[in-house]
Design a protein around this ligand. Structure first.
Ligand code: HEC
Ligand code: HEC
Length: 314
């Protein structure tokens, strides 16, 4: 066959037409510009916060969309086009240096965000997110309002739940340590309250607990567990002073449950997505031994790990 100009043109149309159909025309006819079921317009202050988000390049590290293939641990609702109809420019982003923020609203209470924006190392000691203290309180407030609106109506629901629980947490905190501990433990299912820590207290275990404590907890609960970490001035109720748990019925199971699930309404986050079960037991025992001074850690592991070696008789 001879390569004539008309054959080349025809050939390129045959090649490009399906591409155009799949990459341009199909999305164009299938994407609707109707709002999704969670969508709502942003308020003035949320809009202002969005502007600060754009100006400060948050989008270089944070995405705002969850794809089908992201749907696993940590991924929330899969994004829909109707979530973005009012976003000019859209902020879906491409880099996930930090976590996806499309459903961030209500994940934490406002005071957590304040401490985190002032210095992310306050709440997450190894974070590489920059500090935003230079923005000043007013702009941090607007940024917080924006971040708390991510997820629209589902965020509003979570924020409302945070606020409800915050009222209860503040009330319990203000009623003194006895009542505060009773309130915190009233959320723990009864069988957990009776569960001792199944791992033995070993030097290696305490070292591991120490390492985890430094990486996740020290900014709030402080190096000596008295709740006076650098985040403390920004949080209310303030981080727990662990010494108040002594002689108040604390068990390894309670520590495990609280660290795993966090305490809604307070800055205490859940760690079930970041720490494996064994690490939660380890950091719980580290707190029990060093700060509470009371540990029920088992003498024998229940279930022998492959790496477990019985103590040698010398
Ligand atoms: C250099 C990258 C980087 C930039 C820029 C950045 N972040 Fe982050 N961000 C992170 C990382 C990493 C984390 C996870 C560790 C942490 O909690 O600090 C994070 C965490 C967060 C979280 C908490 C998510 C959660 O639930 O734990 C929020 C909210 C957040 N960033 C908002 C912002 C906002 C708003 C801006 C812009 C003012 C911003 N970030 C700029 C990297 C960044
Ligand atoms: C952002 C701050 C913050 C971080 C980070 C944090 N906590 Fe907390 N923690 C709190 C606050 C606030 C409370 C609740 C205080 C109250 O309601 O009086 C709390 C409560 C607790 C409790 C509840 C005790 C009980 O008996 O019910 C435990 C256990 C605990 N934290 C352990 C940890 C551990 C372990 C880590 C690290 C893996 C950690 N926390 C990280 C702020 C924090």
């Amino acid at each position: 066959m001879k390569m004539t100009p008309s054959l080349i043109i025809l050939g390129s149309i045959v090649v490009f037409a399906p591409v155009l159909l799949i990459a341009v025309i199909l999305p164009w006819v299938t994407i609707s510009d109707a709002p999704s079921e969670i969508h709502r317009p942003r308020t003035g202050i949320e809009q202002e916060g969005r502007r600060i988000y754009v100006n400060n390049g948050c989008t270089y590290c944070h995405t705002q969309f969850v794809r089908n293939i992201d749907w696993d641990l940590g991924a929330e609702r899969v994004a829909q086009s109707g979530d973005y109809i009012h976003d000019r420019p859209h902020l879906v982003g491409t880099a996930r240096t930090g976590p996806d923020l499309s459903q961030q609203g209500g994940e934490h209470p406002d005071d957590w965000h304040l401490a985190h924006f002032i210095n992310p190392r306050h709440t997450r000691p190894e974070s590489l997110m920059p500090t935003w203290e230079f923005l000043g309180m007013e702009r941090i407030g607007a940024l917080t309002a924006y971040v708390q609106s991510l997820g629209f109506k589902s965020a509003d629901y979570r924020v409302q739940r945070q606020n409800e629980w915050k009222r209860k947490a503040v009330e319990a905190f203000e009623a003194g340590p006895e009542e505060n501990v009773r309130w915190m433990h009233s959320m723990v299912p009864e069988p957990c309250t009776r569960l001792p820590n199944p791992y033995p207290t070993t030097e290696a275990d305490l070292k591991r607990g120490h390492r985890i404590y430094q990486g996740f907890c020290i900014g709030c609960h402080g190096p000596i567990g008295d709740g006076m970490g650098p985040a403390q001035p920004h949080l209310y109720p303030p981080p727990l002073n662990f010494t108040i748990l002594k002689d108040r019925g604390i068990t390894g199971g309670i520590l495990y449950y609280q660290i795993m699930n966090g305490i809604t309404g307070t800055a205490m986050p859940y760690f079930k997505r970041e720490l494996e079960s064994e690490k939660i037991w380890a950091v719980g025992n580290y707190v029990a031994v060093n700060f509470i001074g009371q540990s029920d850690a088992g003498g024998e592991p229940r279930g022998i790990a492959a790496s477990y070696e019985p103590p040698r008789q010398e």
